[in-house]
Design a protein around this ligand. Structure first.
Ligand code: UDP
Length: 316
């Protein structure tokens, strides 16, 4: 039975990945320091003998006894307001945390998978974004703490692959949504759904003409699981290429929820990328993967989940 360590295991993606690994017959040790993750995301696994949780900050040395077959490095604040609030932690987990997670993989002879991001492309000048595009990132802007930490993490991962021969993979994750996102994490899906459910205005930043492409979490996790099983070491985009403007997206949420909420404009955050769409040719070819869940269906599931969790307080 394979043994996996998932850093950031109590987060949105880390917890869904943990569920998938358990279903695939892995034993899972989830680690999280809970600054943006929440143990409630793992609450349903209480009593599962194949699962353990360790509260640990992976910027500190990671000690694990016994064998490990896979290290999935998913720990990081991941929403723009989180990395504005936690800039140093964001830089540290992408750099020191990645170094420690790679060190663990090397010591155990484990395979390693880095959760990287479309933010590596910054405000892209190439559209849609292919993996061989090097990006357009402002290193000193407010998003730089995340973008540069992840770019460093990719460089460190490739160095461990080339120099230490660790079997590494890198997934570049595009905008993803689904159950277990935090209502107040500031990202557009929970923001609009929360506002619609409370009858508050939907806050569109800037003119709303910036685009994003939204992938449902089960599709994303499937791509990541397939990548973990593949013999491929360069970055792979995983995301849904269906691109919408944020204004169109706000209209979809209004229709889906039936809310009477108005749309109001708020200032565009600094360095907010103007367009984003993954080119998934590589994922199709190497992993035989493409997304299956239509936006309407994924949003309906997400809406149901938020309806049941609207009052949940922000994690400490
Ligand atoms: N956005 C918005 N209203 C909100 C939250 C976000 O218009 O209440 C916009 C934001 O400016 C960006 C897009 O939605 O253009 C996606 O933002 P998000 O924070 O979800 O993630 P990003 O893709 O920017 O990392």
């Amino acid at each position: 039975m394979p043994i996996s360590v998932v850093t950031g295991g109590a987060g949105f993606l880390g917890s869904h990945l943990t569920d998938r690994l358990l279903r695939e017959g892995h034993q899972v040790l989830a680690m999280d320091n809970l600054i943006t993750g929440n143990e409630r995301n793992l609450g349903h696994l209480g009593g599962n003998g194949k699962f353990r949780f360790l509260r640990h900050d992976v910027t500190q040395f990671i000690a694990v006894e016994g064998p490990v077959d896979y290290v999935f490095h998913f720990a990081s604040p991941a929403s723009p307001i989180d990395y504005l609030e936690l800039p140093i932690q964001t830089l540290k987990v992408g750099s020191l945390g990645t170094h420690n997670a790679l060190g663990l993989a090397k010591a155990k002879g484990a395979k390693f998978l880095l959760a990287s991001t479309s933010e590596c492309y910054g405000d892209p000048l190439v559209h849609p974004q292919k993996e061989d595009y090097w990006g357009n990132v402002n290193p000193i802007g407010p998003r730089g703490v995340y973008d540069e930490a992840k770019r460093f993490a990719e460089a460190m991962t490739m160095a461990y692959h080339r120099y230490h021969k660790v079997d590494t993979k890198i997934v570049r994750i595009f905008n993803t949504y689904g159950p277990r996102m935090r209502l107040r994490d500031g990202r557009v899906v929970p923001a609009f759904i929360g506002q619609a459910l409370k009858g508050e205005p939907l806050t569109v930043f800037g003119d709303g003409k910036q685009t994003r492409s939204f992938c449902y979490v089960s599709d994303l996790i499937d791509g990541i699981y397939r990548l973990s099983q593949a013999d491929f070491h360069e970055p792979v985009n995983i995301g849904n290429p269906m691109e919408l403007t944020i204004l169109e997206f706000a209209e979809r949420i209004r229709r889906l929820t039936g809310t009477k909420s108005e749309i109001v404009r708020k200032p565009l955050p600094v360095d907010d990328p103007k367009q984003r769409q993954p080119d998934i040719t590589r994922a199709k070819k190497i992993l035989g993967w493409e997304p299956k869940v239509a936006l309407e269906d994924g949003l309906r599931e997400t809406l149901l989940w938020f309806q049941n969790h609207l009052e949940a307080p922000r994690s400490p």
